[in-house]
Design a binder for this molecule. Structure first.
Ligand SMILES: Nc1ncnc2c1ncn2[C@@H]1O[C@H](COP(=O)(O)OP(=O)(O)OP(=O)(O)O)[C@@H](O)[C@H]1O
Ligand SMILES: [Mg+2]
Length: 457
């Protein structure tokens, strides 16, 4: 095969050259030249959708709608839920996550489960030897899973796709896109040009063959998937695997899903035998809390569509220096400052000579404004050294005027709280429809003052 011609294109100004340069001679920007395949008329027609003139013909939507799509389900409920019920044949799924979080583990586990359900899977690793992958499969307890799971160590995408065309699996797993390379490009694997070309090739492969492809992608320090942002536009589904490596729980989220909701999330815990699903996560973080101490408040947060009870801790202590320190772990630092200002202005507490630390227990990261009221209560509790009584659950967004604003799904938060033994609920004043036979103390509050007097009595 004649070697395809490549060119380098500046991503800033569009300047084209035949060799790589660190700096674009046209616009002067550094590291903006990205290698691309020269598109000839023939190659250009090789789009992943059929361009053969006879095939391009409109059909009625009803006739297309009749073709039923069978999703491939793993049987791991948390995993299937995030995908919207399973993997759609011919789709390209990208799974991102920080190093060592468990990306290979979850996809190999999924591969093993697929194999057990008689779905043929090809797992290609560009990072680990076949022995390493097999060792992991043994640890996951499914190595003998049958001859339906094939593993292979390779990085040349052409060779991989040739194998996939021969074997015809129903699912192709690529561990990781950053190690794959297209030999037609001169640049190294993992470069923007390579990642883009390889993804485009996989997309074309998935759409033409009807084989579902799942691809692992590394993420950069700031949490975005390494490589061009374009990647996320090209693929059908973007999944993000998150968690704190010092803790065992992991959250799988869909950031984009062309076949399902992005509100769903799957919760797992990382055990020696692989990832275990946590079917009922509401009380996951409450186990270690024994008695009421000042500065600790339980709030009801939503993780996807499900409530999770989270312990918020605050420590307010006299500052030894002139400048008080404010620190937030697991919660937005700027929101802590805002809540402190609101409590000073609307509630008359003086934080001026105090350091304030806020921590979310268990390595959880809470981004929901509905946690505001719990954080505010923890700050007040620590400042006044008054514990919040056991059995109190708090949620609500706090506005700048000191008003408590309504949040989504109050009923679900309350019902899950009841199941976990909470008896008093301090919640925003909004329409809440609970089943008739529910007997709990429900305090609806409009302002932070009302909330604090309800919480501390
Ligand atoms: N024998 C074991 N017992 C328990 N947990 C293990 C064991 N071996 C590995 N792990 C867990 O699996 C994690 C690594 O998982 P995995 O290799 O799937 O991550 P990854 O996201 O694919 O990493 P990378 O980015 O390096 O490819 C480790 O951080 C560890 O917590
Ligand atoms: Mg890995």
């Amino acid at each position: 095969m004649a070697k395809a011609k490549t060119k380098f294109v500046c991503q800033e100004c569009g300047y084209v050259t035949t060799s790589w340069m660190g700096r674009c001679p046209e616009c002067g920007n550094w590291n903006t030249l990205v290698e691309e395949l020269e598109v000839t008329a023939k190659a250009g027609a090789k789009s992943y959708l059929p361009t053969n003139n006879e095939k391009v013909k409109p059909r009625t939507i009803a006739s297309v709608a009749q073709t039923k799509v069978e999703r491939l389900a793993t049987g791991i409920r948390e995993f299937d839920r995030v995908l919207g019920g399973g993997v759609v044949p011919g789709s390209l799924v990208l799974l991102g996550g920080t190093p060592g979080i468990g990306k290979s583990t979850i996809l190999l586990d999924a591969g093993l489960r697929f194999a057990q359900r008689n779905i043929k899977v090809l797992y290609v690793s560009g990072e680990e030897s076949e022995e390493q992958t097999a060792m992991r499969a043994v640890r996951l307890g499914g190595a003998q899973a049958s001859d339906r799971l094939l593993i292979m160590t390779a990085t040349d995408l052409d060779a991989i796709l040739t194998q996939a065309n021969n074997i015809k699996p129903q699912l192709l797993i690529i561990d990781s896109i950053q190690t794959m390379y297209n030999p037609e490009l001169q640049t190294a694997a993992g470069s923007v040009g390579q990642v883009r070309e390889c993804t485009a090739k996989l997309l074309q492969f998935a759409k033409t063959s009807g084989i579902a492809v799942m691809v692992i992608g590394h993420v950069t320090k700031d949490g975005t998937i390494a490589g061009p942002r374009l990647l996320e536009h090209m693929v059908d589904v973007v999944l993000q695997f998150e968690g704190d490596r010092s803790y065992s729980f992991r959250v799988l989220r869909a950031l984009k899903n062309r076949f399902g909701s992005t509100n769903e999330s799957g919760i797992f815990s990382m055990e020696a035998g692989g990832l275990q699903e946590v079917a009922n996560p509401a009380g996951l973080f409450l186990e270690s809390r024994e008695s009421a101490v000042s500065g600790s408040v339980i709030g009801a947060c939503m993780e996807g569509n499900r409530p999770i009870m989270v312990e918020f801790q605050a420590l307010v202590a006299k500052t030894p220096y002139g400048m008080p320190r404010r620190t937030a772990v697991g919660f937005d630092y700027n929101r802590v400052n805002m809540l402190l200002a609101i409590l000073e202005r609307r509630f008359g507490l003086d934080f001026g000579i105090y350091d304030a630390y806020v921590n979310v227990v268990g390595g959880m990261k809470v981004t929901e404004p509905a946690a505001d009221l719990a954080v505010a209560a923890a700050l007040v509790s620590s400042h006044r050294n008054r514990p919040v009584p056991q059995g109190v659950l708090v949620f609500g967004e706090v506005g700048l005027t000191g008003e408590v604003r309504r949040v989504s799904a109050p009923e679900r938060r309350i019902m899950d709280g009841i199941n976990l033994g909470f008896t008093k609920f301090v919640v925003p004043d909004s329409k809440i429809e609970l089943p008739k036979d529910v007997r709990v103390q429900l305090v609806r509050v409009k302002t932070v003052e009302q909330a604090m007097s309800a919480i501390f009595g």
